[in-house]
Design a protein around this ligand. Structure first.
Ligand SMILES: Nc1ncnc2c1ncn2[C@@H]1O[C@H](COP(=O)(O)OP(=O)(O)OP(=O)(O)O)[C@@H](O)[C@H]1O
Ligand SMILES: Nc1ncnc2c1ncn2[C@@H]1O[C@H](COP(=O)(O)OP(=O)(O)OP(=O)(O)O)[C@@H](O)[C@H]1O
Lengths: 216, 216
């Protein structure tokens, strides 16, 4: 059972902690603010009040037992720098750090962060792609040329089944899932019928996905 | 050619604007700060200095011509509320607004925002899933049971081709792409060989993906 330590329970930190906790993983949340520590003990159970830049505290945590350590204090570069350096020295397996801008991110990576997150920038890129995809569903880039996205079924597909559509041959896309009335059919068989209102998850070249989203 | 208007060029706003601009879409960036307007005119070309809460300004923008309007001023709820309400009245096709917390997000949705983004919270959820996925690559949930993730090729797969692996029959997963030395082969043919160090993007049930990531 993997366990994680989250240092700093701001909006980003608590979101990571809560997500992991809800998935069933063991999470330890750390914050200097007593009110926050008490508030979140009802949500992720294991919280402790401490200064994340304290070497003594971090040494007492047996950092090596965590699959990853998340440094989620973005507004104070000194705090995140110190915590990152200490975690690296204590042999943390994987350090993920939140940063406010590219420069801060570079510094943290040079000092040992394995991955740096810039929330506003990273989500901005995702949102930009979603808006362009016209369907406002998740768009995942598989490679510079290919992506996975969800589109509303083109009207000309209503009543046809996967076999008849021959999507790969005719449209160059691979149909990964068909969602109809809240029910999602993943890796659908050839007999699966597309209905009005179906949401189709497809994989293909960006140009082909663009063409498909404008198909009548 | 779709065009977008981004109101507020903070880190989130400029990231959305830059992403859309780099994809070839027409973007208009608006900010009250002259320095920012000049700075970004070199990056997204069309920027204008204005107060996004000014009804006169928004009326002069012919808001209906934009595929979407992004309200990206998160720190001042009054500004984002006013801008959202005005955009709704002017018939904006799609309003995406940035919010600082769930409560602010609810208010904006009630006032007309079609989609609300909470950067720290939304990216925290994504990061939580990536950390749990063990491979720290993108994990996309297709449905409550199925996800798409990238894993390092299991050693027992080295030297085998896609046809020999029969991944769907043997492991219950659909191989969507194989990345070898920076080169990504999407919708790989049966003859594609898996090499040491290959990164494989797979679709399957969460339990099957978990088993695969621990395969020898
Ligand atoms: N030295 C420290 N030791 C422990 N906790 C700290 C320390 N410094 C800050 N914190 C805590 O980290 C949390 C996040 O800090 P802060 O709000 O400065 O970062 P942020 O990156 O702006 O947060 P958010 O994720 O909400 O954007 C706060 O709850 C704060 O109490
Ligand atoms: N009424 C307004 N009209 C036009 N621009 C504005 C207005 N209010 C704020 N801005 C601009 O919006 C930008 C973002 O504002 P602010 O920093 O308050 O939001 P933020 O959500 O914290 O940004 P970030 O995306 O960096 O987190 C700033 O560049 C600011 O000049």
């Amino acid at each position: 059972m993997k366990s994680f330590i989250v240092l700093g329970l701001g909006r980003f930190g608590i979101s990571v902690a809560q997500t992991l906790y809800d998935m069933g993983y063991e999470v330890l949340g750390v914050d200097a603010d007593e009110k926050i520590v008490n508030e979140y003990s009802r949500h992720i159970v294991h919280t402790v009040q401490a200064d994340i830049t304290s070497e003594e505290f971090l040494k007492s945590m047996d950092i090596k037992r965590f699959a990853a350590a998340v440094v989620s204090v973005g507004s104070n570069i000194q705090v995140s720098i110190m915590a990152t350096v200490l975690l690296k020295e204590l042999g943390a397996k994987f350090i993920l750090a939140k940063a406010q801008d590219d420069f801060q991110g570079k510094i943290l990576q040079k000092l040992g962060a394995d991955k740096v997150i810039l929330p506003e920038k990273d989500i901005g890129i995702k949102v930009g792609h979603n808006l362009a995809a016209e369907s406002f569903f998740d768009l995942v880039e598989i490679s510079p040329e290919y992506s996975i996205t969800s589109i509303e079924s083109p009207p000309s597909w209503y009543g046809k089944n996967i076999g008849q559509l021959a999507a790969r041959t005719k449209y160059g896309v691979n149909i990964l899932a068909v969602k109809c009335q809240q029910k999602t059919n993943v890796m659908p068989g050839a007999g699966t019928v597309i209905e009005k209102g179906s949401i189709i998850t497809v994989l293909g070249k960006n140009d082909d996905l663009e063409k498909l989203s404008t198909l009548e």
